[in-house]
Design a protein around this ligand. Structure first.
Ligand code: SF4
Length: 409
């Protein structure tokens, strides 16, 4: 998932009480998993967090095994959409039964305790119609002009997950059956580019999910790539991923209108904190395959962390990327640099999920920043930021001179 802003509130389903809910309540699939309004401040609740160590539920980063949900459900409304039926066909072809729900409420995502509830939710996929609020696009600086959601939720277990502080209930992954309407609904936004006008109007499709974790089940992002390729307008689709499953994208007609970025980090981060994702080397191979197929590609360098020996670890990463793109004709490579930050709310949730995590979330070692909406986030102190930024500016230019840095945050 793209680490977008960490300022969002935890909106809760009626009758639920945030991420601790869902233990006793059904999941209302009409309520988005993540908050609607990214501009509203998010705060920690200050309540005692239930500890339900999830570390052993999270497999390590591993070679390209595709995620298979244990349970798949479809809402009645999703059955009215051709893409919903296409997803069902794919799921059944994978040998998984699809439960037809009578309403948009999902029961049975309830274990004996919260830990089991979380595990059940993470193994569940719901085919739903997108909530109406998702059809009015929100700006998503600095990545793109607009955020478009084709799904919400993700099967990975990153210990710094940016979604953590914002969940409305158990993290059941939702994939949207009304894809065709979602894509058609983008037309009115053409010509509104403010971010990087030379790229046309840009649409970010990985804000609350990881596309390539789900593509083999949905086919949604392939269809989006084709839609953008055929669209006679100055537009760009963008998404970022920690997975390597690019087989269905490689031969697509893409017209250079989709930029796929791979979320990359130093090995101590990918190996310790990114459970259930593809290994770094596999992401890099996937990046090369797409670059050779003529896609604009990118690196989402996130979350950057000044761990011990960071210059050496990140230097190794940049050298690996340089080797990956070596000899790619017409390479179009960008970098987006995002330092680690957390909010009181995301820390609270993540420590509940991964109490033994080695992830540094020490307010004393950070600088408190208030967003323009008044919420608090903790970022690295100014001198650390300057050192990181200086190093990356210099080393990216030296080791990957063909790379364009889009932003730093
Ligand atoms: S678990 Fe990881 S890949 Fe999935 S949304 Fe969170 S940060 Fe992104």
């Amino acid at each position: 998932m793209l680490p977008c802003r960490l300022t969002a509130p935890r909106k809760v389903a009626p009758g639920c009480s945030g991420h601790r809910a869902g233990v006793t309540q059904p999941v209302d699939l009409d309520v988005p998993l993540a908050p609607d309004d990214l501009s509203t401040p998010h705060d920690g609740t200050g309540e005692q967090v239930a500890v339900h160590d999830l570390a052993d539920l999270a497999p390590p980063a591993r070679p390209g095994r595709r995620w298979l949900p244990k349970r798949v459900v479809v809402t009645p409304a999703a059955l009215d959409h051709p893409h919903g039926l296409r997803i069902i066909e794919r799921v059944e072809a994978l040998g998984i039964d699809v439960e037809r729900l009578r309403a948009n409420r999902l029961t049975g995502v309830r274990g004996a305790d919260e830990r089991q509830t979380y595990a059940l939710a993470k193994a569940t996929l719901a085919i739903v119609v997108s909530p109406p609020s998702r059809r009015t696009l929100q700006p998503i600086p600095p990545s793109a002009d607009w955020r478009v959601d084709l799904a919400e939720g993700c099967p990975a277990h990153c210990q710094y997950c940016y979604l953590a502080g914002s969940l409305s209930g158990p993290p059941v992954t939702r994939v949207y059956a009304d894809l065709d309407a979602i894509l058609e609904g983008l037309a009115p936004y053409v010509g509104t580019a403010t971010r990087r006008p030379e790229e046309g109007t840009t649409f970010e499709a990985s804000c609350y999910t990881d596309p390539l974790a789900l593509e083999h089940i949905t086919g949604s992002w392939s269809r989006a790539v084709e839609h953008f390729a055929l669209w006679e307008a100055d537009v760009q689709l963008r998404f970022t991923t920690k997975y390597d499953d690019v087989g269905s994208l490689v031969d697509l007609p893409h017209a250079g209108r989709t930029r796929v970025r791979f979320s990359l980090n130093a090995l101590p981060v990918t190996e310790r904190f990114e459970g259930g994702t593809s290994r770094l080397e596999d992401r890099l191979s996937a990046l090369r395959r797409l670059a050779l197929a003529g896609y604009p590609v990118g690196m989402t360098l996130a979350p950057l962390m000044p761990m011990e020996g960071w210059q050496q670890h990140y230097g190794h990463l940049l050298d690996l990327v340089a080797a990956t793109v070596d000899g790619v004709p017409g390479l179009d490579l960008t970098a987006e640099c995002i330092t680690h930050r957390f909010t009181p709310g995301s820390k609270e949730v993540l420590l509940g999920w991964y109490p033994r995590t080695k992830l540094e979330m020490d307010e004393q070692a950070r600088t408190e920043k208030r967003t323009k909406f008044g919420s608090v986030k903790y970022v690295y102190p100014k001198d650390v930021m300057a050192e990181l930024r200086g190093w990356f500016d210099r080393e990216l230019a030296a080791r990957l001179p063909q790379c364009r840095v889009l932003y730093w945050t």
